[in-house]
Ligand binder design. Sequence first.
Ligand code: ZN
Length: 312
Amino acid sequence: MRRFTVPTVRAGHAIGVDLGGTKILAGVVSRDGSVVRRHERPTPQDSQEHVLAELEAAVAELLDESVGAVGFGAPSPIDQTRGLVVRCVNVPLENAPLRDRMHERFGLPVGLDNDANAAAIGEWRAGAGRGADDLVMLTLGTGVGGGVIADAKPFRGANGAGAELGHVVIVHDGRPCHGACTGRGHLEAYVSGSAATAAAREVFGPAADAHRLVRLADEGDAKAKDLLTEIGRYLGSGIGSFANIFAPQLVVLGGGFGVAAYEHLHGPAEEVARREALEPMRGTVRLANAALGTAAGLIGAAFVGFEALDAA
Ligand SMILES: [Zn+2]
């Protein structure tokens, strides 16, 4: 097995890897959050071993002497004690010992986190949340991911499984949630890109989806604007509760749908969030569009790598 030397000084770079349902996005990132080099390859769908091999290949492609650590963001709850990816919905990984395997392969400190936690860390260190000690991030994509920075530290909950903010109840006994989630009325069932696609199809027919909905609203279509306003108001119900719990300085909206629909969602979301929030949160709750786009996850994953390096 090929081994690499662990640098004894604070290394200048970490490799961040964002594992998505269709793509593995990787990059060499410096401590100020700038991405020095990138690499992208498809996510295999056939087996766990193939996914792990492709993750290794993505790291190997970028590795050089400047790299002191590796961090991964995976779309799954994480078991931080054992360094496991517990179970992904869209990728064939279950109880995958990612941390030990990558540490053995590369001989570097390895950090592991949920993909939305990683995106929150990325936006906090290098994006829209720079300078904020307390922020909440919601990623609106196929599902709804959540990440929290509390008192200038990533909040991970017991054993690293938090903060699944997409799976809080906003409507008692409401719509069934998605995938493996058995819950009802969860935020994800109302404000994800998938929920937007379902709503768009009801109004505009089976060919419509979330992208088309946003495009129609951008063009001024009244029905499309109404649908996005409704989604924004549901989002505000969740954000009002998160404001009451975490008192964040900032709520960052990310994910493909969240970023694309931001101009339509943020007004109604803020209005409802202010209604639900107590003072002083009512006066301070503020939404921001994610600044790092699709790179938030890999940049945040690199900071999770730096965290492992600094703890080593
Ligand atoms: Zn759910």
